[in-house]
Design a protein around this ligand. Structure first.
Ligand SMILES: O=c1[nH]c(=O)c2[nH]c(=O)[nH]c2[nH]1
Length: 320
């Protein structure tokens, strides 16, 4: 056995737990579909270093707890609150588990619009997958200071929100040297698949007693922009799309910064906003060999969408 190495970090749990939940309000049904990852940290080192499984809550049990919380939680329809309930349950239930990390990816399901006698209405129990973008939530519940002093950190956002605009995007004035082949353009197609995350200030959580774990009640909606404000996700999505559409973009970098500034300005409790924006290139096809003009930026009409390579522009913008 070597004493020149040590276990410097350990975290484990279940990944890709798929769960679908229906909540029936009479004939009016609500649904959510989540992909959940739930990981634990705590006094688990000996499971790695001494093959001591007595400290291991089986990942199979973590999966079962995920389904159980989906069944009994009053918060299940809201991914932030569901993640907080699950993480709180995990750290409260097991004395030697000090931190739980729960990530939830929510798939889109929207009500199918139907024509009724009163015009268009939403169907009470039929839904459509109306986009590939997901709502994402990452929660850490830290019980290191004691099971009655829980602190939660919440990051949420959007992934895979695919957008494109056909003008009001330029890219000029970049470094030119012997490696430069890219032409400056005052008009181009701009397309990206938006990954957005926004981070709230850490919040203290109420500490559930054993008996109250199931009914665990989180604070009601509070100040605009706080982690308890259920309107933040829609505001962040709307602001991101509106800014992308309206911006006269000098670059992906400049557009990213303005999107982040808007999300921060509209959501008081958000401390950091991060975007990862692939620049999905659309290259005008050169038809000069046919005597056909297709390269003048604002007049090009036929493009090759290029999946790879793409640019990748990332940044985090923080509240002062
Ligand atoms: O908006 C852009 N930012 C870049 O950094 C870059 N680099 C590049 O080749 N095209 C672009 N576009």
């Amino acid at each position: 056995m070597s004493d020149s190495s040590f276990l410097s970090h350990a975290r484990y749990g279940k990944d890709k737990v798929r769960v679908f939940r229906v909540v029936r309000e009479g004939k009016w049904h609500h649904i959510v579909e989540y992909n959940v990852q739930a990981l634990l940290e705590g006094d688990i080192a000996t499971s790695y270093t001494e093959a001591d499984n007595s400290v291991v809550v089986a990942t199979d049990s973590i999966k079962n707890i995920t389904y159980y919380i989906a069944k009994i939680s009053p918060h299940v329809l809201n991914p932030e609150r569901f993640a907080l309930h699950l993480a709180t349950h995990l750290v409260s239930k097991y004395a030697h588990i000090h931190k739980a990390f729960v990530s939830v990816e929510q798939l889109r399901w929207s009500r199918i619009p139907v024509e009724g006698e009163q015009g268009a209405t939403e169907h009470p129990h039929a839904f459509i997958r109306d986009g590939d973008d997901k709502r994402i939530v990452k929660v850490e519940v830290d019980a290191s200071a004691g099971k009655d002093k829980l602190v939660a950190s919440v990051t949420a956002g959007i992934s895979d929100l695919l957008v494109l605009k056909t003008t009001e995007s330029a890219f000029t004035n970049f470094v030119r040297d012997k490696y430069t082949t890219l032409k400056e353009v005052d008009d181009r197609i701009l397309s990206t698949s938006i990954d957005l995350t926004y981070t709230f200030a850490p919040v203290a959580l109420p500490s559930p007693t054993d008996a109250a774990l199931e009914e665990f009640v989180l604070p009601a909606d509070l100040a605009p922009g706080s982690v308890w404000d259920a309107a933040v996700p829609a505001r962040a999505r709307t602001a991101t799309l509106a800014l992308f559409a309206a911006d006269n973009s000098a670059s992906v970098q400049a557009t990213l910064y303005r999107m982040a500034q808007r999300v921060l300005a509209q959501n008081a409790g958000v401390q950091h906003v991060a975007y990862a924006l692939p620049n999905k290139h659309y290259i005008p096809v050169d038809m000069a060999y046919l005597g056909v003009e297709n390269l003048v930026p604002a007049q090009a009409e036929v493009f090759v969408p290029v999946a790879a390579p793409s640019g990748l522009i990332t940044a985090t913008v923080s509240r002062k």
